[in-house]
Design a protein around this ligand. Sequence first.
Ligand SMILES: [Zn+2]
Length: 501
Amino acid sequence: MTGVGFASVHAATVVGLTGHLLQVEADVTDGLPGLHLMGLAETSTWEARDRVRAAVVNSGLAWPESRATVNVLPAGLPKRGSAGDLAIAVALLAASGAVPAAGLARWVLLGELGLDGTVRPVRGVLPMIRAAVAAGLSRVVVPEGNAGEAAQVPGVTVVPVRDLARLAGWLRAGELEGHARSSPPAGWRPSGSPVDLADVAGNPAARRALEIAAAGGHHLFLRAPYGSPAAMLAERLPTILPPLEEEAAREVSEIYSVAGHLDSDQPAVTQPPLVSPHHTSTPAAIFGALRPGTVSLAHRGVLFMEDAAEFPSTVLHGLRHPLEAGEVVISRGDATIRYPARFALVLASPPCPCETPSCACTPVARRRYLARLAGPLDRVEIRTRVERPSRAEFLSGVPGESSAAVAERVAAARERAAARLAGTPWSTNAEIPLLELRTVFRTAPGALDPLDDALNAGVLSTGSYVRVLRVAWTITDLRGADLPGRDDIREALALWRGDWP
Ligand SMILES: [Zn+2]
């Protein structure tokens, strides 16, 4: 038998990347049995009601035998998804006297319920818990699969839970807090075998281009004939980038939390991510919708597009906005959602569509193929060619320079740039606007002559002029000098043109 009563607990939801604290109130009164659930989006209401009822009954717990009303507040906030299931079930159990209601209001309960009463992981736990902490609530019950992620928020007491029956038992015994997980797990651990630049044979020019791109945060195009190790090279770019700074790691982890990509193996993201969408991915998967897309998963890291010319033109043109603004904007009926998307773009493409060693494509066919990339290529500062390693290089077994050695030079160059840019909104050369490049950051006398000549000859647009100058500064930082000289400008110009041998 169950009684009548009132109980209140907290849950949370996420809109875009922003967490919002919710209050879940349950009231059980005399009347015809039935559950009236208010405050959720319509379809979520039906689904939540069925899941909660089945989970309670299948956990061997008593379902209220009188009229039950649950209200999820605040009204007016779009509340989708299933993260509120656990709070709804516990509020109902507490209101009907099946578990004690006292002290429950201090807790935030997150989790989807399976029909058998298991508590399933949900997306967006990180921003949801940050919202709870901001509202003064620091005790959370989360699904076991979200516990590592939850523990990333400082000062939070995390109780991981596997199923509703167990949670009800702890609540009855008054020992919920005693099941808190004490030590937060370590940060990101790479899964699979580690990769290293030493694995890439030969290709000194492409390795140099990769190093410059890493040091300055520049976009890169790899002209990659059939059988060349372009993907190997691109996948090793994160291994020479510095780890994410605290604020960036927090921001990227939130994106991964909302996308549902954090788990006990990877409860936080601390290294620059590399994301490599397939050319058959839908625009919604790439740019995001209700959850962040590929371009946002690449935020503060690398977006690698292999076989770039095979992507649909909606995707290639759609890259323009994130490349310019560093974010994507998704308009939905009830909200405008912004996801950050500031990434280093690495495009790789064979020079022609046939991708065979015995290519017989005409020059026109080749030009037309790469012309598909015109939009994003216009933003790319560095173009290089990746070669198939020669048989001798391949068989020599001599490893290339290691990622650690290259990363050290990249870090030193980035420090020089950061010191020069101290007090500005920018931290890498790729971010410096035209005006400042021409006025604040001067070059050695006469150094700009090759660039001015190219501009006057109509070879360079003013936009490209700026891109070459940014890369020249990165080359200067890499050699530890104070001012770009003529050689730095020449190398940057050659990289912009893609003067592959
Ligand atoms: Zn061909």
